[in-house]
Design a protein around this ligand. Structure first.
Ligand code: EPZ
Length: 440
């Protein structure tokens, strides 16, 4: 398995371009099961995208990488599937109208977002058999809200032997009230409603930019959707969708991750391809800690905060501070003057990275859903273990600012959601290498 070896303390300078959004690309790719053909641009080269393309292939969707082949920025022998080969980020996607409707355990267990095939399969093939995603390290992550919503729309759902069996005589438009603004739940229902008979409204819908990107993509294919990005979305079912060409939005969590890196060690880092209006909660926290970002169009320039000060935040659904940025802000809080507090309100167990950061010299105490950070720490390099995608990013940032060498094991987690992050950091002057981990 791959690991990262980082020598900390090297300033970051130069320009980095943010890749396409993982959490926008996945639902848009799964929406191909609604039928027809389209072309996608700015698709990020990620393990989760590779997993999605493999699952779509099993479900009868043909995907072809188009455009001039250029060496993937992350070309290297140790890279995960899809990152070693050439990558253009440009794809033609076409549903071949197959009868397949099963998402097998071995794929779903590696990527819980596979449940996003449920809505489009039910809408178009009226049948879906999807392995239950199960929990993951950050929480139980049930999908009860997804399933209850589909039942309301006329699906019959049973669960046997770890699989969801769903079928319908035809989905009908319904009034769906979400008890929680679940992101993939909103996306799943949105996709199901696009081909349902009649009108569906989703109340208490998720407002994340990735939901808006999915809606904009479906609108470009002829769907009838109003209110995406608000807590009330109305969808009028149509009979089919036409072709389109669409560019995936930027990855706001990758942008936030590089902003924290710049706040830690930047000597004028330019982060390109960003819409600042989509990351205001992240910018606000960094401003509170003393950052002085310069916004110019789609570029944010940021240098290291001379005397960072602690702050308090709670993770919330959009437009609140994203839970996916919680691990990344902690190293900056750890070295800041004064205390900080983070309350994690979205997931029940999303502090596993804290123990590893404390082994690097951070002083963070967990009390239930709250992390109390005593600032003023000097982080030291250590050998640490990545536990999930965003925890890995937090440990990379901690390693960059720590004194000495850090080795992060099991970095396959980070390859799920960051396109060639070590190459991008290296291009900014970081001393980071991908190595083969010595297996026990
Ligand atoms: C999406 O996950 C993202 N994944 C997550 O990003 C992100 O952390 C999360 O939204 C919150 O922003 C994708 O978009 C592919 P939720 P999702 O449904 O949709 C509870 C990353 O690192 N809930 O909004 O699974 C659930 O338990 C990943 O890129 C139910 O109880 O998150 C959780 O506590 C990690 N029942 C809360 O809602 C349900 O049916 C938020 O979950 C659904 C959710």
């Amino acid at each position: 398995m791959d690991a990262f070896r980082i020598v900390g303390g090297h300033p970051l300078r130069g320009t980095v371009k943010v890749s396409g959004s993982k959490n926008a690309a996945l639902p848009i790719l799964f929406s191909s099961l609604l039928g027809g053909n389209f072309t996608l641009r700015n698709v990020p080269c990620l393990r989760d995208v590779q997993t999605t393309l493999s699952l779509l292939k099993q479900l009868g969707v043909a995907t072809e990488s188009l455009g001039e082949k250029k060496p993937s920025p992350s070309k290297g022998k140790h890279l995960p599937a899809g990152q070693g080969q050439e990558w253009t980020g440009l794809f033609s996607i076409s549903d071949q109208g197959g009868a397949e409707y099963e998402a097998p355990y071995d794929l779903v267990r590696t990527m819980r977002a596979s449940v996003l095939c449920l809505g489009p399969l039910l809408a178009r093939k009226r049948r879906a058999r999807v392995s239950l995603p199960g929990g993951c390290l950050i929480g139980a992550r049930p999908i009860d809200i997804h399933l209850k919503s589909f039942e309301k729309m006329g699906a019959r759902i049973t669960i046997h032997h770890g699989y969801i069996d769903a079928e319908t005589k035809g989905l009908k438009g319904s009034e769906i009230i979400l008890p929680y603004p679940t992101v993939t739940g909103t996306e799943n229902i949105l996709m199901a409603a696009v081909l349902a008979r009649g009108t569906t409204t989703i109340q208490n819908a998720a407002k994340e930019p990735e939901v808006i990107d999915l809606a904009n993509f479906l609108l470009a294919r002829g769907a009838k959707i109003k209110g995406a990005g608000t807590s009330s979305i109305t969808i009028e079912g149509v009979t089919d969708l036409h072709d389109t060409e669409y560019a995936i939005m930027f990855d706001r969590i990758e942008a936030g991750t590089f902003l924290v890196g710049a706040a830690l060690l930047g000597d004028r880092v330019r982060i390109e391809g960003v819409d600042p209006s989509r990351i205001t909660s992240i910018l606000r926290v960094l401003l509170n800690m003393g950052a002085e970002p310069i916004m110019e169009g789609d570029t944010i320039t940021l240098g290291a905060i001379a005397n960072p000060v602690g702050t308090s935040l709670r993770t919330l659904p959009y437009p609140g501070f994203p839970t996916d940025m919680q691990a990344q802000i902690l190293p900056l809080m750890a070295i800041s003057k004064g205390a900080s507090s983070v309350i994690e309100t979205v997931f029940e167990n999303r502090f596993t990275h804290v123990m590893e950061m404390n082994r690097m010299g951070a002083d963070i105490e967990i009390h239930g859903s709250q992390a109390i950070v005593r600032g003023g720490s000097r982080l030291e390099g250590a050998t640490v273990m990545a536990s999930d995608l965003r925890a890995s990013a937090g440990l990379v940032l901690a390693g960059l600012v720590a004194e000495g060498e850090t080795e992060i094991k099991r970095v396959y987690h980070i390859d799920r959601g960051y396109e060639a992050i070590e190459k991008k950091l290296e291009s900014l002057g970081a001393r980071i290498k991908r190595i083969q981990e010595d297996l026990p």
